[in-house]
Structure formats: structure tokens, C-alpha cells
Ligand binder design. Structure first.
Ligand SMILES: Nc1ncnc2c1ncn2[C@@H]1O[C@H](COP(=O)(O)OP(=O)(O)OP(=O)(O)O)[C@@H](O)[C@H]1O
Ligand SMILES: [Mg+2]
Length: 940
């Protein structure tokens, strides 16, 4: 192979990317272009140059057969690099989050009983494995033929692409542009990433083609020949090479006479010339060519011999003939000289013959005990037919994909397995497994499959498990009616009331119904039975106890009962252990604690969720844990933490496309941003997201609308804001949600409408006061008293606000306390008691500042100045100057965690941690990490 012609710009880009990687900064090159343009050649050059620079190189290519082989390409990349390490180093690169890559590399079975392993966890693990490898020696990842990569591998590449900054990793990818089945969205992600540069090698110019012709053919070259070659090949290097070789072999000289011959070869020169060369070699050679084309990367002489039914000795002359005809490569594994040659031979095979060869290849590989996914790849290439053996092989492939944490790939196999399974036997179990895989990737198709499984599984308990999965899927798309119907059907089917599975079904059905006005009365009426059931079954009724505690927390009495119920439900950590951090029951427990102001306990539980999520690598668990920790922080008034946690939850949800978590997380983030003086951003976020149908009427919908209403009012759109607040209130009333500590929508609405509807506003506040007293929540009572004070005037106002302050002083709700103090001060000022106004204002200002409540602090400061007070200047350095994410990271660092620990724990990159720490040190005016704990506590 000669030197590359006309590729100076591409080579310079490669050199630059490699140099950057060596100096510790990652980037990506995507080489895109038509077949034969020279992509593989550029990637090859990159690997050679990387080695010269002392980098470790790991490279791999997709092949047309490998599309469905879950993480096949990633394994080709990472497994050899891992395997080549000494044992000690192997352990080292696989520590921490990288451990989660274990299942992909086949070092550990990730197929947990009863469900697919978490996809996000696997991606996170693989990323860390690559980072750890690169930490030993700068790394070049070269990946040829992206268009033939399996989907999980593509997801990994896209995941990496966003996380290369600050890592000594260069990636070069190639993509055959015209391949219509190329994976669009993931590619767009990579290309859209700032660290990616796209190279589009162009066809060779006329003079370059002339050079190649002159190099290979003897004698002076007639310009007409060059022109004809250029026309016939479009300057595509591969075609030029092929054409020139064919001319040389035919003994043609580059004179004007051959122009007509060249024109005849035309643009499909390769296919034609390949077939022209292949056909005369005889039947056996043609068979061998086809066999190699079908077997792809797994072709061996033995396999080809068995596949086409010709003995090995008989094959040898045919193989040699194929090599001399420049169809197969000489030596090494059985391989075509170029992918385009394989395509020509493969596509020349008639459809049914091809399908039949794939089916036989599958049988052959299966008999050899080959990897199930290798076998299955052939079955996917064959026409689907009902055949229990095929079904069995496809199911094995699905399990192997699942064990690697690739439920999407598993789903593909299972769909084919379903087609291969006669309706009468065994479809039910397949439907269940398929449904679970689809649930794991939140594919809407899961509901139909789980439902069918539920109706056909022969075993009652199996049917109940299918029902739980289906109910979960429906719950998250806000189809509470459907969710309940499924659970009830399963309960009736299961019979035994105190069975552990039945208890889970009961808890879920009750919870799904409770938050929906259509079913709330039914659930309320059923409560005595549920309580009795929980009592009878004791510790086993975990989720049910949590649900009952939620009822206690919202009904407005029984703080102690709520706490006791939650404790019973958590069962000393067993609930979390059994149902994991991404289960609904655990999230419900946090909420119940929040509603009764048990914020320390709630926070501890959210932290336990995060730990569980981290340990198991559950992305959804991490999102839920962060969002709930954010909620708790919002309630205590730790707004910076609240922002950091909810933003982290939101980002992760977007990255992993877990869209159903977004409305919920966004509600809290909206509330936090509003307090921090950022209502415009919050408002825009809440206005933009699409909501599932029926969402409005649910508890989560009411939360969302109350906060959107607040933001609309703040943004000057009072009419729509009030509609939202009324809507939220109606939804809450409809489910008899009276505890104002869940949502104090009445006082909020009252303050919004008081100018026009004074009587209604007063009525609303009265009601809220009454309910708050009954609930025994000092937070809710303080909020209601404050509203009551604000709609009164003069001494009444001052008295009521004073009471609000007194009540809130002993509640954990610091932000509400600060708000009441500020309003009291303002009322005193209006009543001309400027001097006595200063104390509450000063105190309110200090608290608001500590809560990072910019909007409130601002108001308190202005009031204080108006009273003749002189507010202390706010610190501009120190902890308070840290952004929410900086504070979050600073806390971990102060605890002694390394950058890598922090990055792994928070599902972010080391570079992000490093950047943040740099800014943190500057703001705290310190120079090293060990000064962090002091610097952080000194500010408080
Ligand atoms: N710039 C160049 N100058 C000279 N020869 C080249 C050049 N680029 C590629 N070639 C030759 O052209 C042939 C095809 O190149 P290559 O295999 O890299 O193409 P490709 O784009 O990877 O094709 P495919 O899409 O089929 O994988 C090779 O024999 C290679 O040596
Ligand atoms: Mg190539």
C-alpha cells in the first residue's frame, strides 16, 4: 500500500488530536465518507502514529453481522486491553465505578433475578474502565465502520463523547456515509459534541488519479486514460486501485485505445469486476466466496467446508484461486480484500439462498457451542420461520445480552424468538421477558407484551410478577386507572391475601388510586381493610406500611403514626434492599416524612437511596434519590443544595432519556430557582415541558401546577397563574388532601387574588389555618398565619405575622421563618414602627442569606435600609459565593474524597470535578484541599 495521496489536512487533524490526548485532553475525530474513500486507511494511519507517540491503541471495527451482538464492539475494544494487563493492574482498572463494567466484559453476571440490569450503570462502568486504562497510558480508541456497530456499543461511544474533556483519550471513528441504516440520533449526539471534529476525505483529484495510474501501469500515460479512469471511479481511491489493477492484469497499457474498455467497466466497477473474476473460478470457489461472505468475521476453513458441504482438501485449490483473483486476502484469517468486495459477493446471493445459508450457519455455530449472540446474528439474517430450536437459540442470545446489561439488544432477540415460537407453546414467558426488557429501556411496547404475558402465563405467581411490572410501566405514564385495573386483576387471580406478592400488589394499587380523584374515595373506603391486612402480616407488609404512613401524613393528624409507619415499612433497611432505590415505595416513604416535617429522617433516607443507587449503579435510583434530597433541602431552606440535587437529577434524566421523571423533578427545581431569584429561567423551563395526559388531575400534577402558577404570578401572568393555583387546589380537594403541609395552595391562591376577591381570599386562609392546626405542622401553620397577616392591615397584620414568626421559630423550615420575619419587619415599618422593624428584618436577612434565598434576601435588605438600618455587606467570597454544584462538590472534597471518587459518586467526569474545585479554591481563597473543611465551616 503506497502513501496516502491528498490527505494532508486529515493527517494534520489526526496528529493534533493525538498530541492533545498525550497532553491530557481528549477529543474525537469522526471520519465520514462514501465506501472506498479511504476511511479505514486514515484510521490505520492514526493507530500507527499513536503507537509512535507511545500511546496504547485499542481498535475495533463493526462488521455487517454484528449489529445485534450486544456490546460486541465495546468488548472487541476493551476486553483485549483489559486481558493484556497483569492481574494486579486488572484489579486496579476495575475498581470503583468501573466495576459496573464487569457484566459487559463477561467478568460477572449482571442478569439479576427478575429484571434486566441497569443500562446506565453499565455505561458509567465502561466509561470508568476506559478512564482507568487511559490513566496508565494515553489511549487511542479507534473504531472503524460505526454504521455496523451494535446499538449498545453506539450508546457507549456517544456517552464517552460527552465525557472526554481532561482525559488522555483520543477517539477516531469512521462512518460510511451513504449507509441508510446508520444510527442517527446517537451519531448526532457525537457530532454535536464540542470535542468532535468531522473529517470528510474528498475524492482524489484528476492529477492524483493520474499519479496512481502512472505508478501502476508501464509506459507513458495518455491523458484520455486518466480522464476515463477519473470518470469511471469518481476519484474514489478504492475504485481507482481496483481499476488500475484490473488493467494491469489484463495487460492493458494506458493508451487512448483502452478508453472504451474503461468506460465499459463503469461506476459499478468493483461489483462487476469482482463477479467477473469470481464466476470463472468454478462452482466450489463461488461457494467458498459466498460462505465467507455469510460467515463474516467468523469464517474459518472448517466452517466454510461444513457450511457448503465440500471437504476441506477440496477447498484448498479454490481458496488459492480466490486469493490470486484478489478476492480473498492472502494468509491470516479468511477475509475479503475489502469490505466492498464482500458486499458484492454477499449481495449477489439470491435472497432465499442467503437466508438458508444463514440458518445453516446458525446451526453450525450452535453445534460448536459458539457464543449465543454469534449464533443469533445469523438467525436474524435468515427469514423468520417457526422453529423451536431457533427460538431457543435466540432466547439464549437474549439472556447473554441481558447479562451484559443490554436490554435493548435482548429485546431484539426476544422479538425474533417470539416469531419463531409456535403460539401454543411457551410464548407467555417470552412475552414476559420481552416486556421486562422493554420496561428497562422505557419502550412503550412493553405494556402490550406484559399484558399479553399476564393473560397467558401458566403460573399464578409469574402472572403476578408480570402485573407488577406492567403496573409500574402504566404508573409512570400516569395511566393510574390502567395500573390499578392490572393490579386488581392480579390480586383476584392470586387469591391468597397475605402472600408477599399480594402485599406488594395491594400497596401499589392503593398508592396508584390514592393520588387520583377517580379512585381516591374507593381507596379511602378500603383503608380499614388495608390497615387490618398490614397488622396481620406484620413486617412483611413493607410497602403497604409505607403507603399507610403516607395516608397518615397527608390526612392531617398523627405525626407519630406516620413516623412509626414509615419505620415499620422500611423494616430496618430491608425495603430498600429488596425493592432498591428506584422503587416507588421508598420514594413514598421520603414524602411521608417530609409531609410531617421529619426532615432529618427524610434526608437520611434520601442519602440511603443515593448510596443504594451508587452501589448498584441504578441511574433511576440516583435520579430519585437526588430529587428527593432536593425536596428535603427545599423544605429546610438549604436552597443551594436543593438546586444542585435537583439539577443533577434533571441532567441525568435527560442524558439517559428517563423523561417520565422530569415533570416531578422540574417542579422542585422551579420552586428552588424562584426562591433564588431566578424565576424567569424556572418559568421558561416549566412552560416548555410536555406533560402526560391526565397528569393535571394527579398529586404530582397538582405539585407541578402549584409551582407553575407561582411562577406565572411572579412573571406577571396573574390570570393563568391563578388558574393553575385553582386547578392544583381542585385536584388536591378531589383527593381529600387536606394537610396544608403537603401543599399550602390556599394561602398562595389567597395572596394572588386578594385585591379582587377579598372575601374568598379570607375564606381560603381561614380553612388553611384550621387544617394546619389539625395537622399539627408548625411549618404549615406558620405559612397560613403569614398569609393571614398579609391580607390584614395595621395592628392585626403585625400581630398575626408575629404569631407566624413565633410558630416558625421552632420548625425546621428556615426559609419560611425568614420569610415571616421579613414580612413582620415590613408590616412594622408600614405601621411606622421603624425601629422595632429592624430586628426581625436583620434576622430575616441573615437567615435568607444563609438559605441562599436571593429574592427574599434582597427584599429584606431593601426593607432594612428603608427603616434606617445598615445591612452588613454580603460576603462575596466564602461558602456563600459557591454555586450549588460547587457546594455539593466541596462537601465531598472536604470529607476527604478524591476527585475520582467524587466524579464516580456523582455520575460526572473527573474534569468537571477538577474545574469546579479550581473555582472553589479561588472563591474560598485557599490553595489546597486540606484547607477546605475549615474554609467551609468558617463561613457558617
Ligand atoms: N488518499 C489515498 N491515496 C491513495 N490510496 C488510498 C487513499 N485512500 C485510500 N486509498 C486506498 O483505497 C483503498 C480503500 O481505502 P479504505 O479501505 O480506507 O476505504 P474505506 O473508506 O474504509 O472503504 P469502506 O467504506 O468500504 O470501508 C485502499 O486500498 C487504500 O489503500
Ligand atoms: Mg473501511
Amino acid at each position: 500500500m503506497g502513501a496516502l495521496v491528498e490527505r494532508a489536512a486529515e493527517l494534520a487533524a489526526i496528529d493534533a488530536a493525538l498530541a492533545r490526548a498525550v497532553s491530557g485532553d481528549g477529543s474525537i475525530l469522526l471520519v465520514e465518507g462514501e465506501a472506498g474513500i479511504g476511511k479505514t486507511e486514515l484510521l490505520h494511519t492514526a493507530t500507527v502514529r499513536a503507537r509512535d507517540l507511545g500511546m496504547q491503541v485499542i481498535s475495533s471495527g463493526g462488521s455487517e453481522l454484528e449489529r445485534e451482538h450486544a456490546y460486541g464492539v465495546v468488548r472487541q475494544l476493551l476486553l483485549p486491553a483489559y486481558a493484556a494487563l497483569p492481574a494486579e493492574a486488572q484489579a486496579e482498572v476495575l475498581t470503583g465505578a468501573a466495576r459496573l463494567a464487569g457484566p459487559v466484559l463477561g467478568l460477572e453476571d449482571g442478569h439479576k433475578a427478575g429484571g434486566a440490569p441497569d443500562q446506565g450503570a453499565v455505561l458509567h462502568g465502561l466509561y470508568w474502565l476506559a478512564v482507568n486504562l487511559a490513566a496508565r497510558q494515553p489511549l487511542l480508541l479507534s473504531l472503524d465502520d460505526w454504521q455496523w456497530c451494535d446499538a449498545p456499543s453506539i450508546r457507549f461511544i456517544a456517552f464517552m463523547a460527552r465525557r472526554l474533556e481532561g482525559e488522555p483519550i483520543a477517539m477516531v471513528l469512521s462512518l460510511r456515509a451513504e449507509d441508510s441504516s446508520a444510527p442517527g440520533p446517537a451519531l448526532a449526539e457525537v457530532v454535536g459534541e464540542g470535542l468532535t471534529r468531522v473529517l470528510r476525505p474528498r475524492p482524489l483529484s484528476l492529477p492524483a488519479v493520474g499519479d496512481l495510474v502512472a505508478e501502476s501501469l508501464p509506459g507513458p500515460v495518455d491523458p484520455a486514460v486518466v480522464e476515463a479512469c477519473f470518470q469511471a471511479t469518481g476519484g474514489v481511491p478504492f475504485l481507482v486501485h481496483e481499476l488500475v489493477k484490473a488493467m494491469r492484469e489484463d495487460g492493458l497499457r494506458p493508451t487512448a485505445e483502452v478508453v472504451a474498455t474503461i468506460d465499459r467497466l463503469g461506476p459499478q466497477a468493483v461489483t462487476r469486476s469482482t463477479m467477473l473474476r469470481l464466476a470463472p473460478l468454478g462452482e466450489i470457489a463461488v461457494g467458498v466466496g459466498r460462505g465467507v461472505a455469510v460467515l463474516g468475521a467468523r469464517a474459518t476453513i472448517r466452517r466454510v467446508s461444513r457450511l457448503i458441504g465440500v471437504s476441506e482438501p477440496e477447498l484448498i485449490p479454490a481458496l488459492d484461486a480466490l486469493v490470486s483473483a484478489r478476492i480473498l486476502r492472502a494468509g491470516g484469517p479468511l477475509e475479503f480484500v475489502h469490505p466492498l468486495v464482500r458486499t458484492s459477493v454477499y449481495e449477489d446471493l439470491p435472497v432465499y439462498a442467503r437466508s438458508d445459508m444463514h440458518a445453516r450457519a446458525a446451526a453450525l455455530l450452535a453445534a460448536e457451542g459458539a457464543d449465543p449472540e454469534e449464533v443469533a446474528a445469523h438467525l436474524l439474517g435468515a427469514e423468520p420461520r417457526e422453529d423451536p430450536r431457533h427460538a431457543d437459540l435466540l432466547v439464549r442470545a437474549a439472556h447473554s445480552a441481558l447479562a451484559r446489561g443490554a436490554p435493548d439488544a435482548a429485546a431484539v432477540y426476544l422479538r425474533h424468538a417470539l416469531a419463531a415460537t409456535p403460539a401454543r407453546d411457551g410464548q407467555a414467558q417470552l412475552l414476559y421477558e420481552l416486556g421486562c426488557c422493554e420496561l428497562a429501556i422505557r419502550d412503550p411496547a412493553c405494556t402490550a407484551h406484559l399484558r399479553a404475558a399476564m393473560q397467558t402465563l401458566p403460573d399464578r405467581r409469574a402472572r403476578a410478577l408480570a402485573a407488577l411490572a406492567l403496573a409500574d410501566a402504566l404508573f409512570y405514564v400516569a395511566d393510574l386507572e390502567g395500573s390499578r385495573a392490572v393490579l386488581h386483576a392480579a390480586l383476584a387471580d392470586l387469591g391468597a391475601e397475605d402472600d408477599d406478592l399480594a402485599l406488594r400488589l395491594e400497596a401499589m394499587a392503593a398508592h396508584a388510586g390514592y393520588g387520583d380523584p377517580r379512585f381516591n374515595p374507593e381507596v379511602q373506603a378500603d383503608l380499614p381493610r388495608l390497615r387490618h391486612l398490614a397488622q396481620r402480616t406484620g413486617a412483611r407488609a413493607r410497602a403497604l406500611n409505607v403507603f399507610l404512613a403516607l395516608v397518615d401524613s397527608t390526612s392531617g393528624d398523627g405525626v407519630d403514626r406516620t413516623v412509626a409507619g414509615v419505620e415499620r415499612g422500611l423494616d430496618g433497611g430491608r425495603l430498600l434492599e429488596l425493592e432498591t432505590s428506584d422503587s416507588i415505595a421508598v420514594a413514598v416513604a421520603v414524602n411521608a416524612l417530609v409531609f410531617v416535617d421529619e426532615l432529618d429522617r427524610a434526608d437520611a433516607l434520601a442519602v440511603a437511596m443515593l448510596d443504594d443507587a451508587r452501589r448498584r449503579g441504578l441511574v433511576l435510583g440516583f435520579i430519585a434519590g437526588s430529587a428527593h434530597r432536593g425536596l428535603v433541602a427545599l423544605r429546610t431552606g438549604a436552597l443551594a443544595r436543593a438546586e444542585a440535587e435537583t439539577r443533577a437529577a434533571l441532567e441525568l434524566a435527560q442524558q439517559h432519556e428517563l423523561m417520565f421523571t422530569i415533570p416531578f423533578t422540574l417542579s422542585y427545581l422551579g420552586a428552588v430557582l424562584h426562591e433564588r431569584g431566578n424565576s424567569a429561567e424556572a418559568g421558561a423551563m416549566l412552560e416548555q415541558i410536555p406533560l402526560p395526559p391526565g397528569f393535571d388531575q394527579t398529586l404530582a400534577g397538582a405539585t407541578f401546577r402549584q409551582i407553575r402558577g407561582r411562577l406565572r404570578v411572579a412573571g406577571g401572568d396573574r390570570a393563568h397563574g391563578v388558574t393553575d393555583l385553582r386547578g392544583a387546589g381542585a385536584a388536591l380537594e378531589a383527593i381529600a388532601m387536606r394537610n396544608p403541609n403537603v401543599h399550602s395552595w390556599r394561602s398562595e391562591l389567597a395572596l394572588a387574588i386578594v385585591p379582587e376577591h377579598g372575601d374568598e381570599a379570607r375564606g381560603l386562609v381561614e380553612q388553611e389555618l384550621e387544617d394546619a392546626r389539625r395537622a399539627g405542622s408548625s411549618r404549615a401553620l406558620g405559612i397560613a398565619l403569614r398569609a393571614s397577616g398579609l391580607i390584614k392591615t395595621g395592628e392585626d397584620a403585625v400581630a398575626e405575622l408575629g404569631e407566624a414568626v413565633a410558630v416558625l421559630e421552632h420548625s425546621p423550615a428556615r426559609l419560611e421563618y425568614a420569610r415571616a420575619l421579613t414580612d413582620l419587619g415590613a408590616a412594622l415599618r408600614r405601621a411606622n414602627a421603624r425601629k422595632s422593624a429592624r430586628e426581625p428584618l436583620r434576622h430575616g436577612l441573615e437567615l435568607a442569606t444563609r438559605c441562599d434565598a436571593a429574592a427574599l434576601a434582597d427584599r429584606a435588605r431593601r426593607e432594612l435600609i428603608a427603616c434606617g438600618g445598615r445591612p452588613r455587606r454580603t460576603m462575596i467570597t466564602g461558602r456563600d459565593a459557591l454555586t450549588p454544584s460547587e457546594q455539593r462538590i466541596a462537601e465531598y472534597a472536604a470529607r476527604g474524597d478524591s476527585n475520582r471518587d467524587i466524579a464516580q459518586a456523582l455520575f460526572i467526569t473527573p474534569k468537571t470535578v477538577e474545574n469546579h474545585l479550581g473555582r472553589i479554591y479561588k472563591k474560598l481563597a485557599i490553595s489546597s484541599r486540606d484547607r477546605l473543611p475549615d474554609a467551609l465551616s468558617a463561613q457558617r
